[in-house]
Write a protein that binds this ligand. Structure first.
Ligand SMILES: N[C@@H](CCC(=O)N[C@@H](CS)C(=O)NCC(=O)O)C(=O)O
Length: 211
């Protein structure tokens, strides 16, 4: 049995969706820094103190992309990622890398500005500049979705679990996603999936879709 450390309203929602889509049994451990729940357990599993973490047979795996790829291989009949070694798999990986290394990280200075400065005016300046810079990423995603139901084409993949999760964070910013015509219907398409509904209900995030 897999053990999965997650925290609501974080990137671990992507892994939660992936586990449900894959139909893999798991024991979920919710971490809350605010309520000080399961933080010590998380830190003993991951010295970085971050979610998501997957534990199997006493071995731990962190980093969203590695975990998503592992889940896809464990449920290989579900075709949640293209076959290893194919061009399509490399294309999927290029999206995963973009989401993890570029897109997700671009939110940090906005959500975590207090880690860099206690000056609230500077925090507001950082927030404004993050939002202004986000258009380049959102335009790239919008164009990537043109003529497709999901980011790889007709079929849902675990890249969508990750992209949906991070795009949803725009809800907590002044970014207006409705400006990007392919993004809003895409989010709705992913949101309506049974596995996604199950996870959002469990994480108390059914209001997650940004306008
Ligand atoms: N590179 C890591 C990033 C993980 C990460 O940033 N996790 C955040 C939630 S989205 C976290 O646990 N933050 C708590 C902290 O850094 O103290 C991954 O891809 O999984």
């Amino acid at each position: 049995m897999l053990t999965f450390f997650y925290s609501t309203q974080t990137c671990s929602t992507a892994i939660h969706i992936a586990l449900e889509e894959a139909g893999l049994p798991f024991n979920g451990i919710e971490v809350s820094w605010k309520r000080k729940e399961n933080v010590a357990e998380l830190e003993s599993a991951n010295p970085l103190g971050q979610v998501p973490v997957l534990v199997q047979d006493g071995k731990t795996l962190n980093q969203s992309i590695a975990i998503l790829e592992y889940i896809a291989e464990q449920a290989s009949t579900k075709n949640l990622l293209p076959p290893v070694g194919s061009w399509e798999r490399a294309y999927a990986q290029s999206w995963l890398a973009f989401i993890g290394a570029d897109f997700q990280k671009s939110f940090w200075p906005m959500f975590m500005a207090s880690r860099w400065t206690t000056d609230t005016n500077v925090q507001m300046e950082i927030r404004k500049s993050v939002i202004a810079g986000m258009d380049k990423h959102l335009t790239y995603i919008n164009e990537g979705l043109a003529g497709k139901d999901f980011i790889l084409g007709k079929q849902f993949s675990l890249v969508d679990a990750y992209l949906f999760t991070i795009l949803g964070w725009c809800k907590w910013s002044e970014v207006k996603l409705s400006t990007y015509k392919n993004i809003t219907p895409y989010l709705k398409r992913v949101y309506e999936r049974a596995a996604v509904q199950k996870v959002l209900a469990k994480e108390e995030m059914l209001d997650f879709i940004p306008g």
